[in-house]
Write a protein that binds this ligand. Structure first.
Ligand SMILES: Nc1ncnc2c1ncn2[C@@H]1O[C@H](COP(=O)(O)OP(=O)(O)OP(=O)(O)O)[C@@H](O)[C@H]1O
Length: 262
């Protein structure tokens, strides 16, 4: 799917670091419209740093990032806000505001970016919650009253609040049991297809990579060492990638053993 035309996100020669440490060392990567791209890599390899730099939360040292045809360096404040509105983010661990109800969490981006009535916001937020499988009763709950799966769903509803074109998901199935994780994967796939979303997903989850990702990118030692469909990963020349995708855990996932989820 989607490897045609201009990329919706274009990262070139990106260098990001903290003090003396270089985390991303000349990373180049494309995200094409309509695809689900899974970003994998060892713990601490810089996957979240890449995601956070693309969405503008971290500063880069070198390189360029284009989102929806706009170079982030040349953008005015208004242009940046315009781009932010077209992107939804699900942070690792859900990251809901604990003092707000689920409904208020989903309305948070609406309050920041839209001027619409409370009644309209209530209706839209409830519709978003319905899309992710949560009901009006769940909407009144606080994050501490939710299960792990419900937290992820609420966070996904918040990411969808502004009808984004691109959704960034940072380890969406981490911490979920295998059944909840596959249900969440199915939800992501359904929403991606029905809403025409483009999805950039950081994940360790081999089942998600196998079941819903159109393309995979592997980040090893600060560089993208492989990109392509799952099958191509298995025969990668990079030893980390080959081991990750053709080790015993990977083989059990491709044989359909759901217990290997996560
Ligand atoms: N704000 C920060 N300040 C300093 N170092 C940071 C900061 N954010 C991340 N790092 C460092 O950057 C490296 C990459 O972190 P990152 O969270 O991107 O890893 P990851 O690939 O997402 O790992 P995991 O799979 O375990 O979540 C780590 O060494 C981390 O300590």
């Amino acid at each position: 799917m989607g490897e045609f035309g201009n990329p919706i996100i274009r990262v070139r020669d990106l260098v990001v670091g903290f003090n003396e440490v270089t985390v991303l060392n000349h990373v180049s990567l494309d995200l094409f419209r309509g695809e689900i791209l899974g970003l994998v890599g060892g713990s601490g390899s810089g996957k979240s740093v890449l995601l956070r730099t693309i969405i503008g939360l971290l500063q880069k040292r070198q390189g360029s990032i284009e989102i929806l045809g706009n170079d982030i360096d040349g953008m005015s404040y208004e242009e940046r806000r315009g781009i932010e509105r077209r992107c939804g983010v699900l942070f690792q661990h859900g990251a809901l505001f604990s003092s707000l109800t689920v409904l208020e969490n989903v309305q948070f981006p609406m309050r920041e970016y839209l001027s619409i009535s409370q009644k309209f916001m209530d209706d839209v937020a409830l519709a978003k919650l319905d899309m992710v499988g949560l009901n009006a009763g769940d909407a009144e709950k606080y994050p501490s009253e939710l299960s792990g799966g419900m937290t992820k769903r609420a966070a996904l509803a918040r990411a969808l609040a502004l009808d984004p074109e691109i959704v960034f998901l940072d380890e969406p199935t981490s911490g979920l049991d295998p059944i909840s994780a596959s249900e969440f994967d199915a939800l992501i796939r359904t929403l991606q297809q029905t809403l025409g979303l483009t999805v950039f997903m950081v994940t360790h989850d081999l089942a998600s990579l196998a079941n819903i990702c159109d393309r995979i990118a592997a980040l090893v030692n600060g560089r993208i060492v492989a990109t392509g469909p799952l099958e191509a990963m298995k025969s990668s020349t990079d030893p980390w990638v080959r081991t990750y995708f053709s080790g015993r855990r990977a083989q059990r996932v491709s044989a359909g053993d759901a217990s290997q989820h996560g």
